[in-house]
Design a protein. Structure first.
Length: 151
């Protein structure tokens, strides 16, 4: 009986260590980051997407998106995503568990109840990160901003 309990404890301990290693959250990625890019894919074309990413060392992530009309500068939509983030080698992953668009909570339509996105980091400096989505190769460049940054 004692051997069984010890074996279960040992497996849990090893599994916990493996999970902690898979959930690396380097200090270089923690903080507030801002980026913007032109959006030219249908159905959202002729738009500018601005985003503020807030990453915490404990793995929490908050991403606030604003979509503007490129021609007139009008704010068209706002969305905030909540979830977790981690880094595995040079693959940055976000697990989004809640989305609020224009003040309304949206249902996440996946069997798992979350969206998982993987990005390959191509460059990191103290003030800038460049990465691309591994599915569709959309590239992102974000810069470090202070916590009181607004957009």
């Amino acid at each position: 009986m004692k051997k069984s309990i010890f074996a279960i404890f040992f497996v849990c301990l090893i599994t916990g260590i493996a999970i902690a290693e898979e959930r690396s959250r380097p200090e270089a990625l923690v903080g507030f980051w801002y980026g913007e890019r032109s959006v030219e894919h249908k159905p959202i074309s002729n738009k500018i997407q601005k985003e503020l990413i807030e990453r915490h060392k404990n793995g929490d992530i908050f991403i606030k998106f604003k979509i503007y009309d490129k021609t007139y500068g009008n704010l068209l939509a706002q969305q905030t995503e909540f979830g977790q983030w981690w880094l595995d080698n040079d693959i940055y992953t976000t697990k989004i568990t809640k989305i609020v668009r224009d003040g309304q909570a949206l249902k996440i339509n996946t069997p798992e109840g979350y969206y998982l996105e993987n990005y390959k980091i191509t460059e990191i400096t103290n003030d800038q990160i460049t990465y691309r989505n591994v599915k569709d190769t959309i590239a992102f460049i974000i810069i470090r901003v202070p916590p009181d940054f607004t957009f």
